[in-house]
Design a binder for this molecule. Structure first.
Ligand code: NAP
Ligand code: ZN
Length: 355
């Protein structure tokens, strides 16, 4: 076991604290990663604020992890000490069910082990990436291509794959129109990836505040959804509407902006159910879909795609002391467009508080 410093939420409604956690001794196929950066995903916030149900505290969130390999088990073949790597939302899966065999570990029939707050195969609860190190089975380690900095790579491990997966599956590309709803961490990656795939992209955001940024990211259209009649004006327009919003939304109104046979793909996970009328699904033979991150092969494909197209996340780098404030800024939609923790500051914060 190795003791490492980590940033944990100690109790519901509390502030983050630096604690010591244990990382397991390396198994044969394990990789020890010295973490450099960890992105703050809205899922971290939903989780520690118990918006998805009760959790066990203390919890170290973080599933957008980028760092350098520090040690490998004897059976590891794909990565070596010194390699730049990433870990996303999963750290294990059964590996034997049809989903795993098909590269869809994210839909493992026996339940994937999520990177934090999940029951691990050894009976412990997983702790995430807001920490100095993580130990992960090689199967769940992705290579960060040369040319993508570790800081801007970290958010690709969740925000990147979560948007790449449905855009690819529903056919974003030349001649298609894509609307991305919500310009946050997922949304801004959705725009960059859909543009790189060759689609014509529109951003749907609450106000005009993000319009200039959206156009800089490559969007040719912009809908300020808070303006009267904004969605009605783009009824039946898009092949794919990718909803990344973290809050409850009148999904019906967005579904009606898809073309006949188009798809509304929900990746946002707000607390409440949504309702759609059978008429709007049947009338245009529309698809209401969802998507959850992506398998490991697709995650690697996404990273390579980003390197090839010279894209990565647009980030604000923060220190361990800023995480509580950053959570509030994420919820307010103020972060442009992903807050990423400089993990070296976690140890530094601990040293300071010890004096
Ligand atoms: P984020 O950075 O906070 O972005 C969410 C965006 O939603 C905001 O930037 C904002 O965009 C919009 N929004 C926020 N509050 C709103 C409100 N009350 N009404 C309308 N729009 C609002 O969050 P994120 O990290 O991208 O995550 C987004 C959601 O996806 C979360 O629910 C998260 O849990 C979920 N998620 C799902 C997966 C998956 O695999 N399916 C993976 C990761 C995350 P504007 O300011 O442009 O309006
Ligand atoms: Zn996430």
């Amino acid at each position: 076991m190795t003791a490492v410093q980590a940033l944990a939420m100690p109790a519901a409604g509390a502030a983050f604290e630096t604690i010591t956690i244990q990382r397991r001794a390396l198994r044969d196929d394990d990789v020890r990663i010295e973490i450099a950066y960890a992105g703050i995903c809205h899922s971290d916030i939903h989780t520690v604020r118990e918006e998805w149900g009760p959790i066990t505290f203390p919890l170290v969130p973080g599933h957008e992890i980028a760092g350098v390999v520090a040690e490998v088990g004897p059976a590891v073949t794909r990565v070596r000490v010194g390699d730049r790597v990433g870990v996303g939302c999963m750290v294990d899966s059964c590996g034997t069910c049809d989903a795993c065999k098909d590269g869809q570990e994210n839909y493992c029939r026996n339940g994937a082990v999520w990177t934090y707050g999940s029951d691990d195969v050894d009976g412990t609860t997983t702790q995430g990436g807001y920490s100095q190190q993580v130990v992960v089975a090689e199967r769940f380690v992705a290579r960060v291509p040369d040319g993508i900095g570790l800081d801007v790579a970290a958010p690709l491990l969740c925000a990147g794959i979560t948007t790449y997966n449905p855009l690819k599956r529903f056919g974003a590309g030349p001649g298609t129109t894509v609307a991305v709803v919500g310009l946050g961490g997922l949304g801004h990656m959705g725009v960059k990836i859909a543009v790189a795939m060759g689609a014509e992209v529109t951003v749907m955001s609450r106000t005009r505040a993000k319009e200039a940024d959206a156009r800089e990211l490559g969007a040719s259209g912009y809908v300020a959804t808070g303006e009267e009649g904004a969605l009605e004006a783009v009824a039946s327009t898009y092949d794919i509407v990718l909803n990344t919003v973290s809050a409850d939304l009148p999904v019906q109104a967005y579904l009606e902006t898809t073309r006949p046979r188009g798809a509304l793909v929900n990746v946002g996970l707000p607390p409440s159910d949504f309702v759609v009328s059978p008429w709007s699904v049947v009338g245009g033979s529309r698809i209401v879909a969802g998507s959850n991150i992506g398998g490991m092969a697709l995650t690697q494909e996404m990273l390579d795609f980003c390197a090839q197209h010279d894209i990565a996340a647009t980030i604000e780098t923060i220190s361990a002391d800023d995480v509580d404030a950053a959570y509030d800024r994420v919820v307010a939609g103020d972060v442009h467009y992903r807050a990423v923790i400089d993990v070296t500051s976690i140890g530094a914060a601990a040293t300071t508080s010890a004096h």
